[in-house]
Write a protein of this length. Structure first.
Length: 113
C-alpha cells in the first residue's frame, strides 16, 4: 500500500523510498494514544490532517534521539545502532515552516492568499 507524509510541504511517499541515498521510513499516527496524537498534530500545525490508514509522518521529521537504539557487536566491539522504531513518546520536530504565511495552520502546501 502506498503511504504519504502529512507534514506540511513534505512530498515523501511510499514505504522505504530511497531519497538521495537515504531510506525514508513512514510512521503511523498514534491514533489510539490521544494525548500523543494531539502533540503530533500541534507539532505538524495541522488542525484537520488527512487522517487515514495511509497517512504517515516520515522519518525526515524526527531526530536521531527519537529512535530506539539496539546494541550489537561489530568486529568484536559493542556499538549502539539506531533502529527504525520510534520511542513511545517521540513527537515529530523537524519542519521548515519558513515559506508559510503567519496564521496559516492547516496547510499541506504554502498558503496562496
Amino acid at each position: 500500500l502506498p503511504h504519504f507524509c502529512i507534514a506540511p510541504g513534505c512530498s515523501n511517499e511510499f514505504y522505504g523510498v530511497q531519497n538521495k541515498g537515504k531510506i525514508v521510513y513512514f510512521h503511523s499516527l498514534p491514533l489510539k494514544r490521544q494525548v500523543l496524537f494531539r502533540r503530533w498534530l500541534a507539532a505538524l500545525k495541522r488542525v484537520n490532517p488527512p487522517v487515514s490508514r495511509n497517512a504517515r509522518v516520515c522519518s525526515k521529521h524526527f531526530v536521531n534521539e527519537d529512535y530506539v537504539e539496539k546494541m550489537s557487536f561489530e568486529s568484536s566491539v559493542l556499538v549502539a545502532c539506531r533502529t527504525n522504531r520510534l520511542k513511545p513518546e517521540a513527537v515529530p520536530s523537524v519542519f521548515n515552516f519558513s515559506s508559510y504565511k503567519t496564521g496559516c495552520t492547516d496547510i499541506p502546501t504554502p498558503c496562496t492568499s
